[in-house]
Design a protein around this ligand. Sequence first.
Ligand code: ADP
Length: 189
Amino acid sequence: HPGVLEVITGPMFSGKSEELIRRLKRAKIARQRVACYKPDIDLRYHRTAIASHSEQTMEAAVVTPNSERLREALFATDLVSQVDVVGLDEAQFFDDGIQPLALELVALGKRVILAGLDTTFANEPFGPVPALMALADRVTKLNAVCMVCGQPAIHTQRLGRSTELVVVGAAGMYEARCRAHFQPYVEPA
Ligand code: ADP
């Protein structure tokens, strides 16, 4: 089986987790063996599952967003030889090592499905995701709905102030916005 790299991207609320869960559930229906991961940064809804904003869930192993740790989790126990599909949510939180790891898994014949934000709320490329998009077999870029006008939204608007790159899980801190209604977040002086 040739491996394949799939990237699901777009702003918050665009349905990335939903789409990842959908693909992984279908892989299971097809009797594929699935390993699913999410970083321990994002525990907003569930400690042991990928959860979408629409409350769909899928069991996932929670890992430190460190590509070397993830590699160990897959290879140390030889789990890698027992799975056909590897899913990862919130890929933007991982380091650049996620890219060679993903390609290594693909070379072993795995279907690798990564979901993650393409841009930060400052409108900058987010971590390893843009490079992963470039290297993927298939990129799915989803839109959310702009919370101002209802048009398709490609941006994540940060509401209020914070100095952290991403404050995860704080309700009401982010909104999906279209180009016209998005203002890139600027660090407070
Ligand atoms: P992501 O992983 O991209 O953040 P999720 O899969 O977690 O997205 O959530 C998508 C769901 O969020 C939608 O199906 C919808 O129920 C809900 N939702 C809330 N706000 C919005 C919005 N502004 N645009 C689209 N969907 C939204």
